[in-house]
Design a protein around this ligand. Structure first.
Ligand code: VAH
Length: 315
C-alpha cells in the first residue's frame, strides 16, 4: 500500500504549505487535511475534515476512516498568543500531542511528524551557535510546551518504538499564508506592509537577531527528514535546524535595496520583545546535516527577492 498522509492543523502557515507539497509528492487523493475550522479556500481535489485535536474520539475516527501511514500534527498555539492564554496553549500543545502519540501507537501509524521550535531554548541557553544539547530553560508557555513535547516524542519512540520525527523550526517566513500569534511574525508582515504601505513599524528592536527559515527550506527540510532512513536518525526529541539569522535592521536594509523608499520604524515595550530576548541568535544544526544531509538554500537576500517578487503579484 502506498503512503497516505493525514495533516492535523493544516490551515496554519506551515500546515498549508506542507499540505501542498505533500499533495504534489503523494497525489491529492492520498493527502487528507484537517483543522478546527474550514480553510479559507480549498486546493483542487483537497480532501478536508473538520477536527479538534483535543477530541480524541474524533481524531481516532479519522485515523480509522483514512488509515494514514503518516500523520503530521501542526495544530498549536504559538508564542505570543500563548502568553495571553497560557492554560489553553498548554492544553492544545500538550494534550493534542498526547492524543496523537497514543493513537499512533494504538493504531500502528508508520510515521508521525510534530514541529518543535527554537523557543525551547531560554535565557541561559548559549545565544550563538546554540547546540543540539545544552541548558534549556524556556520561559514562554509555548517554549515550555514544546520542550515537554520533545521529551514525550523521545519517550514514545524509546518505549513504544513509534517513528516520531521533529524539527525545532526557527521563525518561518512565507508569502502564501500570513502567520498569526508568533513573535517572529514581524519578519513576514514587514514584506506585506512594505508593498502595501511602503513602511513598517517593528515590534522588535532593530538589533534583535533571531534564527529564521524560508518556507521553501522549511518544507524541503521536513520532507527530507521524513524520507530519511530511520537508522540514520540519532535525534528523537527534535532536530535543530538553521536557515539564516538576521535583525529587523538587516531585513529593512535588504528590502530597501529593492524598494528604496521603504521606511522602517520601531515601537518599544511590546511584550514580544521579552520573548525574543529569551531566544538564541544563531543555531547550530550539525546533527541535521550529519544525520540526513540538511543544507539550507535561501539566505536573506534571495528570500527577500523571492518574497517581494511573489507578493507583488498577489497584493
Ligand atoms: C513563534 N513562529 O514566533 C513561532 C516560532 C521560533 C518562533 O516558533 O512563536
Amino acid at each position: 500500500m502506498g503512503e497516505r498522509i493525514l495533516i492535523l492543523g493544516a490551515n496554519g502557515q506551515i500546515g498549508s504549505e506542507l499540505a501542498a507539497a505533500l499533495r504534489l509528492k503523494f497525489g491529492a487523493d492520498n493527502v487528507i487535511t484537517s483543522d478546527i475550522r474550514e480553510p479559507r479556500e480549498r486546493a483542487e481535489q483537497e480532501i478536508f475534515e473538520l477536527v479538534n485535536v483535543l477530541d480524541k474520539e474524533r481524531v481516532k475516527h479519522l485515523f480509522e476512516q483514512y488509515q494514514p501511514t503518516q500523520v503530521y500534527l501542526l495544530a498549536a498555539m504559538l508564542s505570543a498568543t500563548g502568553e495571553q492564554y497560557p492554560q489553553k496553549a498548554w492544553d492544545l500543545n500538550m494534550n493534542g500531542l498526547l492524543n496523537v502519540l497514543d493513537l499512533a501507537v494504538e493504531l500502528d501509524i508508520k510515521k508521525v511528524f510534530w514541529p518543535s521550535s527554537i523557543a525551547v531554548f531560554g535565557p541561559h541557553s548559549p545565544k550563538v551557535d546554540t547546540p543540539q544539547y545544552c541548558v534549556m530553560d524556556p520561559n514562554s508557555i509555548y517554549g515550555i510546551s514544546k520542550l515537554a513535547g520533545e521529551r514525550l516524542c523521545e519517550y514514545y519512540h524509546k518505549k513504544y518504538n513509534l517513528d516520531v520525527r521533529s524539527i525545532r523550526y526557527p521563525g518561518v517566513i512565507s508569502w502564501k499564508t500570513e502567520p498569526g500569534g508568533g513573535t517572529t511574525d514581524y519578519a513576514v508582515h514587514i514584506y506585506f506592509e512594505a508593498l502595501r504601505n511602503g513602511a513598517y513599524t517593528s515590534f522588535l528592536s532593530e538589533q534583535t537577531e533571531l534564527p529564521m527559515l524560508y518556507m521553501q527550506d522549511a518544507v524541503r527540510g521536513t520532507l527530507e527528514l521524513m524520507d530519511a532512513p530511520a537508522e540514520k536518525l540519532s535525534i528523537r526529541s527534535s532536530y535543530n535546524l538553521a536557515g539564516m539569522s538576521f535583525t529587523p535592521k538587516d531585513i529593512s536594509e535588504e528590502i530597501q535595496k529593492i524598494l528604496p523608499s521603504f521606511e522602517m520604524s520601531y515601537t518599544e515595550n511590546d511584550p514580544r520583545q521579552a520573548i525574543a530576548d529569551s531566544w538564541p541568535k544563531r543555531i547550530n544544526d550539525d546533527y541535521a546535516r550529519k544525520d540526513w544531509g540538511w543544507k539550507p538554500s535561501f539566505d536573506l537576500e534571495t528570500m527577500t527577492k523571492d518574497m517581494i517578487e511573489n507578493l507583488k503579484s498577489t497584493i
